[in-house]
Each structure stands twice: as structure tokens, then as C-alpha cells.
Write a protein that binds this ligand. Structure first.
Ligand SMILES: [Fe+2]
Ligand SMILES: [Fe+2]
Length: 133
């Protein structure tokens, strides 16, 4: 099983799309590591990636939306904040209990499912606005 970036997830903004593709790649790398019984070794790195890269990515999107006076900015930002909180919760569990299989699976499922549904709905709506405006 892998999370796949398909063209129906394209926002039309090449920078944003490239960043989304990178996130899919990282999630799939972690999945691959799991099949090689190395998920527990990689989870710390993956959580670090989520904290850094994803937050940078959110900031980039929010910057463009602000510059273009996107009316959906506040709601979009709220979804980003919600995801950051979920990552913080997973990180907390990781710090407290270590690299358990539960943490690994939770991180993969949370990141993969959230990413796909957020891009499909929220990022694409943003992309459509940016293209049209
Ligand atoms: Fe995004
Ligand atoms: Fe977004």
C-alpha cells in the first residue's frame, strides 16, 4: 500500500504541488521502512520532517493566501492548526513511550489521510482561487 499523488490532487501552483509530492514521498518512505522492519528507526526522523517541512509548507500557503486576500484564509489556516496539533499529540506519545508500532502506524495514517483529504478539498479550492484571481 502506498499513498499516491495523482493529477487530480494538483492545485495548479507548481511550488505547492511539488511540496505535496515531497510529503507523499516521505510518507511512502516510512511505509517502505516498515515493510523492512525499520519503521521504528525512521519514525523520529519522520516526525521531525512533519514538524519542519509541513509547517514551512503551511506558512508558504498562508503567505500566498494572505497576499492574494483569499477569503477562505481563516478556515484554511484553522485546518493547518488542527493538523499541527495532531502531530504534536503524536510527537508527545513518541517522546513518552518511544518508537512503538502504534506511533508509527498512527503517524502514517494521520499524515496520509489528512494530507489527501486536505489537498483534495481545501488546497484545491485555494488553487482554483489563485488561478482565477
Ligand atoms: Fe498543502
Ligand atoms: Fe493547506
Amino acid at each position: 500500500m502506498a499513498f499516491e499523488w495523482t493529477t487530480d490532487l494538483a492545485t495548479g501552483n507548481s511550488d505547492i504541488d511539488r511540496q505535496h509530492q515531497e510529503m507523499f514521498k516521505r510518507i511512502n518512505n516510512l511505509l517502505d521502512a516498515c515493510t523492512q522492519q525499520k519503521g521504528k528507526e525512521e519514525i523520529g526522523k519522520f516526525l521531525g520532517f512533519l514538524e519542519d517541512y509541513v509547517v514551512e509548507h503551511f506558512n508558504a500557503e498562508e503567505k500566498v493566501m494572505t497576499e492574494r486576500h483569499y477569503p477562505g484564509l481563516a478556515a484554511h489556516k484553522q485546518e493547518h492548526e488542527h493538523f499541527k496539533q495532531r502531530i504534536a499529540t503524536i510527537k508527545k506519545e513518541f517522546v513518552e513511550f518511544g518508537a512503538t508500532i502504534h506511533v508509527v502506524l498512527l503517524a502514517i495514517r494521520t499524515a496520509g489521510d489528512w494530507l489527501i483529504s486536505h489537498i483534495r478539498k481545501t488546497d484545491k479550492a485555494m488553487g482554483a482561487f489563485l488561478k482565477g484571481a
